[in-house]
Ligand binder design. Structure first.
Ligand SMILES: Cc1cc2nc3c(=O)[nH]c(=O)nc-3n(C[C@H](O)[C@H](O)[C@H](O)COP(=O)(O)OP(=O)(O)OC[C@H]3O[C@@H](n4cnc5c(N)ncnc54)[C@H](O)[C@@H]3O)c2cc1C
Length: 502
């Protein structure tokens, strides 16, 4: 039963980034009578990680990110994680296509554009790895159309900037998927919010920071909000904590037992950005390389074409770093405020087990600007310093997940999680999204996971299932296994989104 009392919405979404905007869109499509209230600390939506320049805008389909395809001891390559990410992106493509077809998003080119995805490596061992990876991936229907080259002129035809001026004696190899995309998640978030604001049951409140989450006697959640120096509260049946780096502190405030022991480790990022169109027009591709030893997966260096707010630029990076803030607009005390007796041991455990990561981050922080530029030159040998400037990327909070240690001496231990995690109360009345990888690309997958986890009883033929299948035609179908469904839905979504298909 939906509530029309603004102080008693059915649903509260915390944060106005791509994740809350996507979940709000899905829930509103499933049941238009739901009342949904969104609270956002800042003055507008998509000002943190979802802003176009705070992330790399890769439509992550695991086409080119080498960290998703580890090499086994015997030299073969494991593509199982890549296939998961690849088909999760299909869910986003279906949701966006649905919104385009119904006119809720007028022109998909405003946020998504074709941009081939390439992996590029140099050195004998890396070339052998890329070849083994190509053999494995190109044999699977999900990677239909993947190309491989060791020939320098072919690679130069795909991405001239990475080959001009390169040492001829070094073996190189590349793969390319022309179906790759660049996505401006900031513009997309704005489009989703515009569509939601046109619906009668939806309200968004900016400059409104959620500062309290308390359970009420009837199981609802009292959400306390600070707005213009004053506090007020609403009572909600269901709360989604989609606050990006701010999710961990809010999960802690909710006091649900399932959230105990979680910690967070912030990682900041710097890009090099080039807005010189005479350079940018020669690179309409995203080129991902191999990560340095010990580096976290999201700091794989890449040279990307970007289209943000309709403007063509290039981006290189990210150079990871360390900051104690959980959000770009957060506080220096965020990390310390998040420490508690419950997560201290898991945090120390992770610090002890990840010395290589700590060394990597310290090394990155100590790198001078000229060192950073030298890394760019490994990808773009003829890069000119004056064409590039530094830009601060979004902040990520890597999740530290508690678990009991193995062995005879059982103790609380911690594990560094590079993926995303939904942590929900036993009664499914509140759920927090922690972590940021693969990120915005899988927003639809995350929204569907929330629906399945927390509203599973509504997914029946006489309730939400028909609407769900209208939005996501392959709902319930495993595209990794069903090649015909995969081929069909990719062709349909490519047409709707005006992107390349093979
Ligand atoms: C350097 C970098 C590169 C990335 N590259 C990619 C990429 O190429 N492709 C990709 O798919 N993903 C990428 N990502 C990940 C992607 O950006 C994130 O996964 C995604 O934007 C997260 O969206 P969100 O809505 O959860 O968080 P955010 O966009 O951070 O939004 C959270 C919102 O919650 C608000 N908030 C916080 N606390 C409160 C509170 N107490 N009350 C009210 N509001 C609050 C914040 O102000 C913010 O607006 C990248 C991320 C980074 C940092």
């Amino acid at each position: 039963m939906s509530s029309s009392n603004p102080d008693r919405p059915d649903i509260v979404l915390i944060g106005a980034g791509i994740m809350s905007a996507t979940l709000g869109t899905v829930l509103q499509e499933l049941e238009s009578s739901l009342t949904i209230t969104m609270f956002e600390t800042l003055h507008d939506c998509a000002q943190e990680s979802s802003d176009g320049w705070n992330n790399a805008g890769t439509g992550h389909a695991a086409n080119c990110e080498l960290n998703y395809t580890p090499q086994r001891e015997d030299g073969s390559v494991d593509i199982s994680k890549a296939l998961e990410v690849n088909t999760e992106f299909d869910l986003s493509r279906q949701l966006w296509s649905f919104l385009v077809r119904k006119g809720a998003i007028p022109d998909p080119s405003a946020f998504i554009n074709s941009c081939p995805h390439m992996s590029f490596v140099w050195g004998k061992a890396n070339v052998a790895f890329l070849h083994a990876r190509f053999k494995e991936m190109s044999a699977h229907h999900c990677y239909k159309g993947m190309e491989y080259a060791e020939d320098r002129s072919t690679i130069a035809g795909w991405a001239p900037l990475i080959m001009d001026g390169r040492d001829d004696s070094e073996p190189v190899a590349a793969t390319r998927m022309i179906t790759g995309t660049d996505v401006d998640y900031g513009t997309l978030t704005h489009l989703l919010l515009q569509n939601l604001q046109a619906q009668s049951g939806f309200e968004v409140h900016y400059d409104s920071k959620v500062i309290g989450l308390d359970r009420e006697a009837d199981g609802r959640w009292r959400v306390t909000v600070q707005q213009g120096g004053r506090n007020h509260s609403v009572s909600a049946r269901f709360v989604f904590i989609g606050a990006g780096g701010g999710s961990l502190p809010l999960l802690q405030k909710s006091n649900i037992p399932e959230g105990k022991g979680y910690g967070g480790f912030p990682i900041s990022g710097i890009w090099l950005r080039c807005d010189n169109l005479s350079v940018a027009q020669h690179h309409n591709v995203k080129v991902y390389g191999k990560a340095a030893s010990g580096s976290p997966p999201m700091s794989v260096p890449h040279l990307d074409a970007r289209i943000v707010n309709g403007q063509h630029s290039l981006l290189f990076g990210p150079y990871a770093g360390f900051s104690t803030r959980f959000l770009k607009h957060g506080e220096l005390t965020d990390l310390f405020d998040s420490l508690s007796i419950h997560n201290l041991i898991p945090l120390l455990d992770v610090a002890r087990d990840n010395m290589k990561l700590s060394e990597y981050l310290v090394g990155q922080v100590l790198q001078s600007a000229s060192h950073q530029f030298d890394t760019l030159k490994q990808f773009f040998p003829n890069a000119v310093r004056r064409d590039w400037r530094e830009a601060v990327a979004g902040q990520r909070v890597q999740t530290i997940k508690p678990h009991e240690s193995a062995g005879w001496f059982k103790h609380e231990a911690g594990e560094l999680e590079f993926g995303t995690e939904l942590v929900s109360a036993a009664d499914k009345s509140i759920v927090a999204l922690l972590g940021a990888s693969p990120g915005a690309s899988t927003a639809a997958f995350i929204a569907l996971s929330v629906v399945q986890k927390c509203f599973g009883d509504r997914l029946t033929e006489d309730a939400w299932l028909p609407r769900m299948k209208a939005m996501i035609p392959t709902f319930g179908i495993d595209l990794k296994l069903d090649s015909e469904a995969c081929r069909k839905v990719r062709a349909e979504t490519a047409t709707a989104l005006k992107i390349q298909n093979v």
